[in-house]
Design a protein around this ligand. Structure first.
Ligand code: NAD
Length: 320
């Protein structure tokens, strides 16, 4: 059967990896809508249009005309990645975050009411759960939503909208909440690309606060595989956590990257901590594993080496 999937934000970090994953591993026909913000990869997304199973439409999910332009057929599913995603930017100004993350999600939900898609997977984040101390158990799908920065507050708001549209209109909606991803195509502003870029140029590497914040890392391809499983077998109305089980202190990740790049640790420079900085994220993915059979297949150490090499190659070509 011909499966038409609409992907929002498919020119960004995870979206781009997901599009490539689906083209490699499935027969789906894919439409991407993306407004091509600074975080996107226009050249790479345009290069995919030579594939007859792929089309790209430049459009903004906060603009109803753009959304209606893309609703020229009924989709089997929408996979909704489009978002403003950088916490530091949301601390500077939350305007775009409120527009894209909340209003944009609301506009898409209205298209589901009109019947343009048979279901929607809403891609969210573990940041909606807030922060953990060192002794607390990892977040489960039942953990309360306690976001601590404007980015995570807008994502939590969109999660609640999605929940309410499931409860009120019985729309076929599923939410996933993933931990920190790493891999190719992440914007230079994010933690791992920043470290590699600074070390590559022998610049100081800025590390927030004491560097002892803990993140639970997941290689982006394992995230793509999880979303693909949720797309095929996920139960509507459910939330699925996706986590790497790779809890690492930020400072340890910096040191590991320096070791891979054979650069000295005296490049590290501790800078004033981010406002409202969450201390620890850890996520319990047992529901996804037990109910949908998801297994992580990439090791943190090997994937980190591969990722670092990918960025080094990009920086040598000066095209990130
Ligand atoms: P990203 O910032 O790299 O990419 C976002 C993409 O959305 C870009 O291509 C951008 O052009 C597009 N976009 C932004 N506003 C738009 C709009 N108004 N209309 C259309 N397109 C728009 O983000 P990412 O890291 O790939 O994250 C994708 C999703 O996954 C987000 O919803 C994010 O909250 C979630 N998430 C990310 C991580 C992570 O570690 N990166 C972890 C968990 C969840």
């Amino acid at each position: 059967m011909l499966m038409n999937i609409l992907i929002t934000g498919g020119a960004g970090f995870i979206g781009m990896n997901f599009v490539q994953y689906l083209l490699r591993n499935t027969g789906y026909h894919i439409t991407v809508i993306d407004s091509l913000t600074y975080a996107s990869h226009p050249k790479e997304i345009n290069s995919l249009t030579s594939n007859s199973r792929f089309r790209f439409i430049k459009g903004n999910i906060v603009n109803n005309n753009d959304i209606e332009r893309v609703m020229d057929q009924q989709y089997e599913a929408i996979v909704h990645f489009a978002a403003e995603s950088h916490v530091d930017n949301s601390i500077q100004s939350a305007d775009k975050f409120i527009q894209t993350n909340i209003v944009g999600t609301y506009y898409l939900l209205n298209q589901l009411i009109k019947g343009y898609a048979k279901k929607m997977i809403h891609i969210s984040t573990d940041e909606v759960y807030g922060t953990l101390n060192s002794t607390q158990q990892p977040f489960t799908e039942q953990s309360p939503l306690l976001p601590n920065n404007p980015y995570s507050a807008t994502k939590a708001s969109s999660d609640l909208l999605v929940r309410s549209y499931y409860e009120t209109f019985k729309l076929p909606l599923i939410t996933t909440r993933c931990s920190n991803n790493f891999g190719p195509f992440q914007n230079i502003e994010k933690f791992i690309p920043t470290i590699v870029y600074s070390a590559f140029n022998n610049n100081k590497i800025p590390v927030y606060g004491d560097g002892l914040q803990i993140r639970d890392w997941l290689f982006v391809e394992d995230h793509c595989k999880a979303i693909s499983l949720v797309l095929e077998k996920g139960k509507v109305g459910e939330v699925y956590n996706i986590g790497g089980g790779n809890e690492r202190k930020n400072i340890d990740v910096v040191k590991q990257i320096l070791e891979i790049m054979q650069k000295p640790e005296n490049l590290i420079e501790f800078v004033e901590d981010r406002k409202g900085h969450d201390r620890r994220y850890a996520i319990d993915s047992s529901k996804l594993q037990n109910e949908l059979g998801w297994k992580q297949t990439h090791s943190f150490d090997q994937s980190l080496e591969k990722t670092v090499q990918w960025y080094i190659n990009k920086f040598k070509g000066a095209s990130l």
